[in-house]
Ligand binder design. Structure first.
Ligand SMILES: CC(C)c1onc(-c2c(Cl)cccc2Cl)c1COc1ccc(-c2ccc3c(C(=O)O)csc3c2)cc1
Length: 229
């Protein structure tokens, strides 16, 4: 019962999601570089910077996004970047990466000078995403839904964003019923992860502050999207 235009919407989002990925040479660095807190932090910074670039390209391909008010587009990207990156890196964790990327990413995050108290919620989230066994379409649409969240700071035209998010929520709900017929509450569980993402995003803001305290440097792109420095 997915309509023609809903299928077109889903295809556009999934194609954009697959088209825009971290370049292999950047991802491969996870395996190559040394292990020291400084080296790990630098690598993670490079990953995040590359991921933000990928995220911007993906977002521009979400049907209707570029027709939104320009300033609202920026507000949505800034407000959702961390959450979208948690979703993306969570999928890296749950996907048994070839050549052991997964534990390498965990290893580097654990030894990057990140304050201990953020590790537990972060890795609990990664585990809870892994347990969902999301198909690629669900991952792509859930990321788009996260980006098109109307109540981000400084968004002016709530309505316009809500309309776009609404149409994607409808598609996601139908997809969940089709992909996970046994699990009646699967869609509700997926949305529950979005709530968890908000909490992680608040933790992340504190993490940034504590990193800046012991003067960790970020790239210009990250400074801009996270309003630091
Ligand atoms: C500035 C830096 C220290 C930082 O601050 N907070 C976070 C941060 C952390 Cl530590 C966790 C979650 C979110 C953020 Cl922003 C980070 C690191 O952010 C990352 C963002 C994205 C990846 C990431 C994505 C995709 C892929 C793929 C793939 O797609 O094939 C293969 S390898 C890989 C790696 C890793 C780390």
């Amino acid at each position: 019962e997915i309509t023609k235009e809903q299928r077109a919407l889903m295809k556009a989002i999934v194609d954009a999601y697959n088209r825009h990925q971290i370049p292999q040479d950047v991802a491969k660095k996870l395996l190559q570089e040394q292990y020291s807190p400084e080296e790990n932090f630098l690598l993670l910074t490079e990953m995040a910077t590359s991921q933000v670039q990928v995220l911007v390209e993906f977002t521009k391909n979400i049907p209707g996004f570029v027709s939104l008010d320009r300033e609202d587009q920026i507000a949505l990207l800034k407000g959702s970047a961390v959450e979208a990156m948690f979703l993306r890196s969570a999928q890296v964790f749950s996907r048994k990466m070839p050549s052991g990327h997964t534990d390498v990413l965990e290893e580097r995050i654990r030894k990057s000078g990140m304050p201990e108290e953020f590790m537990t919620p972060m890795f609990n989230f990664y585990k809870s995403i892994g347990e969902l066994h999301m198909v690629q379409e669900e991952q792509a649409i859930l990321t788009a839904i996260t980006i098109l969240t109307p109540d981000r700071p400084y968004v002016k035209d709530h309505q316009a964003v809500e309309r776009l998010q609404e149409s994607m929520l409808v598609v996601l709900r139908k997809l969940c019923v089709l992909q996970h017929p046994q699990e009646l509450q699967y869609f509700a569980r997926l949305l529950g992860r979005l709530t968890e993402l908000r909490t992680l995003s608040h933790y992340h803001a504190e993490m940034l502050t504590s990193w800046r305290m012991n003067d960790h440097k970020f790239t210009p792109l990250l400074c801009e999207i996270w309003d630091v420095q």
